[in-house]
Design a protein around this ligand. Structure first.
Ligand code: TTP
Length: 393
């Protein structure tokens, strides 16, 4: 089945990490986020991937190329990010039969996508505790009878999980009206499809919508937990690698280092001597983690250095960041409340008791910088030696 992967969005809630990298290309385990979506489609038998690109499209095109895991890839360009139906409309010239649509920023289990593809017209659903924050489905047995966006009085706790199989006729139903929020929404295409065809709700076992920075951490937690131990790089004899640790070829682990799995040390990374890498950490390509540095449940993107005497917990450091010696991250509030961060100007709870900081690309901190829990720094930020940072900049 032809599968449309939506990867044109601006990822505004993920800023500043998406200032120059499109969200689908942010690292999740060994590959970009959208590669996991594509994997689920390929494993479920996709015949062609039609990847809709827009924002920072070169990175997405460069990653997928003409073929992905033996499946042909076609790109469709969405000129303006006017909504999900508009994005599928960009793919329309390439569609010629029943087709699937997957959000390029969602993680799924392959078996769930297989079930979706087998079901014919179908929509993926996930049971949630707070349905009023989602598109909510009404069902009659396994058939979908309605869909309503963020209802005050939800008809069920089955949320729309952003994965669909449409019948051929739906190619003609993509020209929906503009919604109240000024977008062309796939939900309206779904509503039309429900009226015309029997649409099955496929309940997913697991699903993650990666919209905000802490969800990128959650995505890594998911994908790192699936890694098997593999040591290809150079590891000093007295370094200790516990459990599901992956050290890629071209990575170096110096003496006195302890790594607790699941952890992924990518090619070109240099760790130690005497560093402590704790579980669910991704050290990206060409990162450096030096003497007496502890990193826990964090993502360090390509080229980033934390060379001396630092603690980094539950944090995301963009590309080519440099932490001055003694830079430390707070990841816990003394009142034990969930850490909040600012997303598009609003303070939002991460829902996490432990969350550190989000650091834009090419930031440099002065020595002994203290970064408070929930701080977000824009790309290219600089802090002075000894600064305590409580506010985003
Ligand atoms: P969203 O998560 O709604 O949008 P986004 O990814 O741009 O993020 P944000 O809201 O933080 O700005 O989009 C859901 C999926 O649809 C996602 O995979 C991106 C894709 N998309 C497009 O391809 N084109 C669009 O015009 C929109 C709005 C989304």
């Amino acid at each position: 089945m032809q599968t449309v992967i939506l990867a044109a969005g601006q990822g505004t809630r993920m800023r500043p990490l998406t200032d120059s990298v499109p969200k689908p290309m942010l690292p999740v385990g060994t590959r970009p986020l959208a590669a996991h979506t594509a994997d689920a489609a390929v494993d479920a038998g996709a015949s062609e991937l039609i990847v809709v690109v827009g924002y920072e499209s070169d990175a997405v095109r460069g990653f997928f190329g003409a073929e992905y895991r033996g499946v042909p890839v076609t790109f469709a360009r969405q000129e303006q990010q006017n909504g999900t139906a508009d994005a599928v409309r960009a793919a329309r010239p390439h569609l010629d039969g029943p087709f699937a649509v997957l959000n390029g920023d969602n993680l799924y289990d392959t078996s769930d996508i297989e079930a979706l593809f087998e079901a014919g017209p179908a929509i993926a659903a996930i049971r949630v505790d707070t349905p009023k924050n989602y598109g909510v489905l009404s069902t009659d047995g396994s058939s979908v009878t309605g869909i309503v966006e963020k209802p005050a009085d939800p008809p069920s706790n089955l949320a729309n999980a952003g994965a669909y199989v449409f019948p051929t006729d739906a190619i003609d139903w993509l020209d929906v009206d503009e919604s109240d929020r000024g977008e062309y929404e796939l939900t309206d295409v779904v509503a039309h499809t429900i009226e015309d065809a029997d649409v099955t709700a496929i309940e997913l076992n697991r699903w993650l919508d990666v919209g905000r920075p802490w969800e990128l951490l959650a995505a890594n937690e998911w994908k790192l937990s699936e890694l098997d131990r593999s040591i290809q790089g150079q590891v000093a004899e007295d370094a200790e690698l516990r459990g599901a640790v992956v050290v890629e070829s071209g990575a170096t682990i110096e003496p006195g280092v302890v790594v607790e799995g699941p952890a992924l040390i990518r090619t070109g990374a240099h760790v130690g001597p005497n560093a402590y890498i704790r579980g669910q950490t991704l050290l990206g390509p060409d990162t450096k983690v030096g003497q007496s540095v502890e990193i826990k449940n964090s993502i360090l993107m390509a080229g980033t250095s934390v060379p001396h005497l630092s603690y980094v917990g539950d944090s995301i450091l963009g590309r080519d960041v440099n932490f001055g010696a003694g830079t430390n991250v707070a990841n816990l509030r003394h009142d034990d409340e969930p850490v909040e961060i600012t997303v598009k100007g609003n303070s939002v709870s991460t829902g996490r008791r432990k969350f550190g900081v989000v650091i834009g690309d090419e930031t440099k901190t002065g020595i002994n910088t203290s970064l408070n829990a929930g701080v977000v720094l824009s790309p290219g930020s600089v802090t002075k030696p000894g600064e305590s940072i409580y506010r985003d900049r």
